[in-house]
Design a protein around this ligand. Sequence first.
Ligand SMILES: Nc1nc2c(c(=O)[nH]1)N[C@H]1C(S)=C(S)[C@@H](COP(=O)(O)O)O[C@H]1N2
Ligand SMILES: [Mo]
Length: 406
Amino acid sequence: MSNTPRWSRRGLLAGTASAIAGATLARVGHAQTAPAGTPTAAQPRPLPPYVNWKDPNQMIVHTATTIETKKSAFGTSIITPSDRLYIRNNLPAPDVSIVANRDAWEVSVEGVRQPRTLSVADLKGMGLETVATVLQCSGNGRGYFADSPSGTKWTVGAAGCVIWSGVPVRSVVAALGGLADGARFMTGTGGETLPAGIDPKSVMVERSVPVKAMDDAMLAWEMNGQPLPHAHGGPLRLVVPGYSGVNNIKYVKRLAFGATESDAAIQKTGYRMSPPGVKGDPSQPAVWEMDVKSWINGPTSDGGPVKAGLVQVHGVAMGATRPVRRVDVSLDGGQTWHEARFVGPDLGRFAWRQFVLPIQLQPGQYMLASRAQDSRFNWQVETTPSNAGGYLNSGWRSHAFPITVA
Ligand SMILES: Nc1nc2c(c(=O)[nH]1)N[C@H]1C(S)=C(S)[C@@H](COP(=O)(O)O)O[C@H]1N2
Ligand SMILES: [Mo]
């Protein structure tokens, strides 16, 4: 019995093989794109200077603008420490001098009855709220799509759970007389300096979300109890809880309400759910709200050996826009499931929850999987269909991974 795999042949064919293939693809894909002389795992690629305050041992540096949290670095106490939080920049970040005088940073608010340019100091007088959210790149899990969509092959670490403090957008809108007529979208514009000589629309980071997202949105100046780090959007960031990373505009300099979505490329053709190989266009769904999702982070994150006996299988589960109500763990690649227990305080519907399944394990091979359920009884999907951008992969099967207990 001891060395008998705990999953059936059917499970092996349907799940294990593809999950292992996915995991292998992720590694191979990374190796293939790595330039010659790239440091190996033993000698991690150094952090670029603008984020050299992060913990290099907890991060995977894909490129200078795509830096992933190691699966082993999430810990079990809910909040992702700032020095382990992933980084994703579509453009080089603005000069760090923008945080020299944080209160002086300005955002212009348009599409309200009394449009105005407000400084962070002005905003601080208009309201105060704190919210915990999962910040997750739209491409998190891309590395698990078997057809290898182009883009960074993130596995689980382009995500974190973060506490923000700032002013609710609805308080700002109320202070400016309410929304002007006909507002259907809320558009945030990033404060990057755009490269000269190219059409600004082709590169600018400007995203629109349905105006209903305003009810939960915040202009944040603090993250995890500290002034918002420049690399994460300081002095001011638009936080849109429940919406994927790209909609959370860093160094936000304009917040506009209007009848139409932005015509910037990143909105029009980028971040669209289009079939594999098909370029995005405005007729396809925009990448907005995230899905119910979970994954396992331990007792081991890389398949390394686990000691037989009582084992704590743990991970994170998110409901995205709704509370997460339950999470199940499988040790046999999804043949059988055990209900796990949530750990620690509930930080609200936009946060993730840590979960644990304590279980006695005999020596052998196991295939770990988890699936979460939200408050409306929607289960995390088994498989997310691949798409051209490799977005929003929440399929539990592709996130499963094997462990050896000895
Ligand atoms: N201004 C601006 N905001 C931005 C981006 C950007 O490049 N510029 N990248 C977006 C994307 S794709 C993601 S996943 C998140 C990453 O946030 P982080 O770097 O703080 O982890 O920021 C979003 N907001
Ligand atoms: Mo992203």
